[in-house]
Write a protein that binds this ligand. Structure first.
Ligand code: UDX
Length: 456
């Protein structure tokens, strides 16, 4: 296809929900599309664009508005208000961008939109474009939300085990928190369930996962919907090493403390360090931070702990000073480089989907301490399905004690259980690489997406 004289196979607009955990997987997918000859433009909200520390490198960026150009999502009165305004202003400004690009060398053919923003599909259809929903959470989690949408899982949940085809039997506490903790975050529950509100119009559902990882649930969902697993969207340099220009990790809301972390890790022995991070959003209570701190001290192992600046005041007084021989505490780090480092032997994680996939793809055993949203379901899979770690049990108040942390770290890093987990970690690392490598299941799915786009 030639448009305006310049070679252009097809053009996709990529629209992420403007938070860290959603932008990077979509950006990495954009890079894979670009590698296959597709022109890609990232549609970023003005506020997001302003606050990013790094830019997308090879991927073109256009700005749209969510209606909150100055303060972004945090400046909205409520989640509900933010979503409603984003829908209204986003539809209009995204349409303007697409109209403008009609006059460029390469008109837009497809909107790859974050499934949290289903109005983008209505716009795609109005403009006669292909609409592809991109799911940044696991297929299992979205399969659950789809069942809630269809009314097959009724809320509030009862205490009994939940049986959903394609999933292992789930206890209520294995379910995403918006369902399990009844009445928590109603606008967010509405948002995740509404991902399916116009799904009958969708051309593709792209999942950041890979077939062998979620085989059963992917196959189930694919009976009903045009589901394709295209992940893990880890930068190529950490996996198949095929995309040469893919040297940047992506966008980061915080500035990573890179050389200090790497130099410190270089000094430690193989598989000896505990890496601790709870992602970009989770806020632990002060008491939980203290238990975690003393649990790390009790373990007597080296640890690298990401404590965001906003969380620092929750650390026990003088903890950093008292443990400076064993531990390094930083406000943000280059997580992929940390997980890829030979010294790291265990990841205490909240089990955000990106962190889970990153640990899995880099073969790092996990101690799961889920906090909210999809994380408890991810933790269930880490422990019982992929057998790549242990979910730290909490007490009736949701607290994980220092002794529990000490025990879980010991089980993951030492003894027979530790060896078994390490073996599985190596297996998943290899399978993740295989999926995105040439001819792997995710690579073939991306090829199919590209081929249909080019020939449509
Ligand atoms: C959110 C939700 O909380 C999560 O449950 C959902 O699945 C995706 O969106 P977040 O909490 O930030 O994301 O967690 P996660 O999905 O793990 O993403 C965090 C990202 O930040 C990862 O890609 C990780 O590599 C990166 N990170 C984290 C850093 O680069 N440096 C750090 O110091 C910490």
């Amino acid at each position: 296809m030639e448009k305006g004289g310049e070679e252009c196979l097809a053009h996709c607009i990529i629209l992420p929900f403007p938070i860290q955990g959603h932008i990077n997987p979509m950006l990495q997918f954009a890079k894979r599309l670009r590698h296959k000859g597709i022109k890609v433009t990232l549609a970023a909200t003005k506020h997001l664009f302003k606050t990013m520390q790094e830019y997308s490198g090879s991927v073109a960026v256009e700005t749209i508005s969510d209606g909150y150009d100055e303060g972004g999502m945090a400046s909205a009165e409520s989640g509900e208000e933010y979503l409603a305004r984003f829908r209204q202003v986003g539809t209009q400004t995204l349409e303007e961008v697409i109209e403008r690009l009609k006059n460029s060398c390469c008109a837009v053919d497809c909107i790859v939109y974050d499934a949290f923003l289903p109005w983008s599909l209505d716009l795609a259809k109005k403009l006669g474009l292909v609409g592809a929903a991109f799911f940044t959470q696991s297929c299992a989690v979205d399969h659950i939300y789809h069942h809630v949408y269809k009314g097959d899982v009724k809320l509030p949940l009862s205490d009994s085990e939940i049986l959903i085809p394609g999933l292992p039997p789930l206890k209520p506490s294995d379910m995403p928190s918006f369902l399990y903790v009844h009445g928590s975050y109603p606008p967010l529950l509405k948002m995740v369930v509404n991902q399916f509100q116009n799904i009958e119009k969708v051309d593709w559902l792209l999942f950041n996962t890979f077939h062998k990882l979620e085989e059963e649930v992917i196959d189930w969902m694919a009976k009903l919907l045009p589901v394709k697993a295209i992940g893990p969207t880890i930068p190529s340099m950490y996996l198949d090493k095929r995309i040469e220009d893919d040297i940047e990790y992506g966008l980061s809301v915080y500035k990573p403390i890179t050389s200090e972390c790497m130099e410190w890790l270089d000094k430690q022995e193989s598989d000896s360090v505990i890496y601790v991070s709870f992602g970009s959003l989770a806020q632990l209570g002060k008491a939980q931070m203290e238990e975690l701190a003393w649990g790390l001290k009790l373990s007597n192992k080296y640890f690298l702990w990401v404590v965001r600046t906003s969380e620092e005041s929750k650390l026990p007084k003088d903890f950093a000073k008292e443990t400076s021989e064993k531990g390094l505490i930083v406000s943000w780090c280059p997580q992929l480089d940390i997980l890829a480092h030979k010294s790291v032997g265990c990841f205490i994680t909240h089990c955000g989907w990106n962190s889970t996939l990153e640990a899995l793809s880099l073969g790092v055993p996990m101690v799961a301490m889920p906090q909210w949203t999809d994380q408890s379901t991810n933790a269930k899979y880490v422990m019982d399905v992929w057998k790549m770690g242990i979910r730290a049990p909490s007490d009736e108040n949701g607290m994980v004690s220092r002794e529990t942390i000490f025990n879980c770290v010991g089980q993951v890093m030492e003894g027979e259980t530790g060896e078994e987990i390490k073996k599985n970690a190596i297996k998943w690392k290899e399978l993740a690489r295989e999926a995105v490598d040439k001819g792997g299941s995710s690579d073939r799915n991306i090829d199919e997406f590209v081929s249909k786009l080019v020939h449509s």
